[in-house]
Write a protein that binds this ligand. Structure first.
Ligand SMILES: Nc1ncnc2c1ncn2[C@@H]1O[C@H](COP(=O)(O)OP(=O)(O)O)[C@@H](O)[C@H]1O
Ligand SMILES: [Mg+2]
Length: 368
């Protein structure tokens, strides 16, 4: 840094000071009273989109955001520290800028301004996610609670004496409670996964075992007159992963397929070695259901996201299933994606690492 600061800083050797400023994550910009740039470290150059060599340039000709100049002006004229937020018009980027005057001890006027820039984008995004999460949980719990409350009031108001009505109401309370129970279980699962406390029993797992996890849903599929079929390439290698957790993922996908497919349709669970990456196994759940609109495709893996909120019936999901599925798959080093043609069905593709140990020799052989 070129300017002499006086005070305790001057005892730090200039080279060390320079290294220190350069290694900071926050942007540091020093300008003189004429708005000429005396120093800008790398984060400052990035955050303010400065040219490579900004020293000597005036802020007005090098800093795109005029608000930085205003901040510096305020600081120079008042001689006191000031701060201001530099959010972009789309509210995507949040930068907190603090201006600190460097005061000449003799004249007591601010001769330079030190601007510290902190990128708060990530913190802000996390805050939003947390707020939305709380709002979503409250909403999802309030709906069944309100329904239960109403049913109980009606029962106590006299419906209890009419056997048939009472029976109907109590079974509806049962459904709402089951829905809440499912949601609480999913929330606990999600928080275990997100806190990194999820322990996976990683072992070679035959894909047939994962595909078979869907079998438990056959009664539900039958009831909705849906065909449930399997297509497993016999040369598919074992997956390296936690069979129980991955079985749950398959079951979740099949459960969704059942929910979103009209009677008479079909659901296919297939497995094979991934075509473009031989180290991965590809598991696919395809249905002939209502499909997912293009706008929703990107979002279905978000927590609580449900494409068609108007269709919520009692006992229906909380929108957490796919978020859990994605976390589980990614914790295995895999990926999950979805393709869909609205009106013609959806296809969820899960890529999981193949087991590459000795077991592969007996279960799979590389094609091509
Ligand atoms: N097979 C599918 N066909 C059509 N839409 C689907 C399918 N699977 C998931 N979706 C959409 O994605 C949303 C999120 O799914 P999920 O996280 O499992 O939540 P939930 O099943 O509790 O609604 C669903 O509400 C639905 O809108
Ligand atoms: Mg679901």
């Amino acid at each position: 840094m070129s300017a002499p600061y006086g005070g305790p800083m001057s005892t730090i050797p200039p080279l060390l000071l320079e290294r220190l400023v350069e290694s900071l994550r926050d942007g540091v910009l020093v300008v003189d009273s004429e708005h000429r740039i005396l120093h800008a470290n790398a984060p400052a150059r990035t955050l303010l989109q400065l040219p490579e060599e900004p020293v000597g340039l005036r802020m007005e000709e090098s800093v795109a955001d005029y608000r930085v100049s205003l901040l510096v002006d305020g600081c120079l004229s008042s001689g006191t520290a000031a701060e201001r937020e530099l959010s972009d018009p789309l509210d995507v980027r949040h930068i907190l800028a603090q201006a600190v005057p460097v005061v000449d001890p003799v004249t007591s006027t601010a001769v330079e301004v030190l601007v510290i820039l902190r990128d708060e984008t990530r913190v802000r995004r996390l805050e939003t996610v947390r707020r939305d999460f709380v709002a979503n949980v409250s909403h999802e719990l309030r709906t069944p609670v309100a329904a239960i409350q109403l049913l109980v009031e009606t029962l106590l108001g006299g419906a209890l004496d009419e056997r048939a009505v009472a029976h109907e109401f109590v079974s509806r309370i049962g459904l709402e409670v089951a829905h809440m129970g499912q949601m609480v279980a999913e929330l606990i699962e999600l928080s275990t996964i997100e806190s990194g406390r999820l322990s996976l029993r990683m072992e070679p797992t035959p894909v047939t075992e994962l595909v078979a996890a869907a079998e438990r849903l056959r009664p539900l599929a039958d009831e909705r007159r849906l065909q449930l079929r399997y297509e497993v390439d016999p040369t598919t290698p074992h997956v390296f992963g936690d069979g129980t957790r991955l079985g749950q993922v398959v079951r979740n996908l099949v459960h969704n397929a059942i929910k979103f497919t009209q009677p008479g349709g079909s659901i296919t669970v297939s497995a094979r070695r991934a075509e473009d990456d031989g180290d991965m196994v590809e598991l696919t759940v395809t249905d002939t259901g209502c499909g997912i609109a293009a706008d929703d495709l990107r979002r279905v893996f978000e927590r609580f996201y449900k494409a068609d909120r108007s269709r919520r019936r009692e006992g229906e999901g909380s929108g957490l299933g796919l978020a859990i599925a994605r976390h589980t798959v990614e914790a295995h080093g895999g990926r999950i994606a979805v393709e869909s043609t609205p009106g013609r069905g959806a296809s969820f593709v899960v890529l999981l690492p193949a087991f590459r140990g000795a077991g592969t020799m007996t279960t799979g052989r590389r094609r091509g």
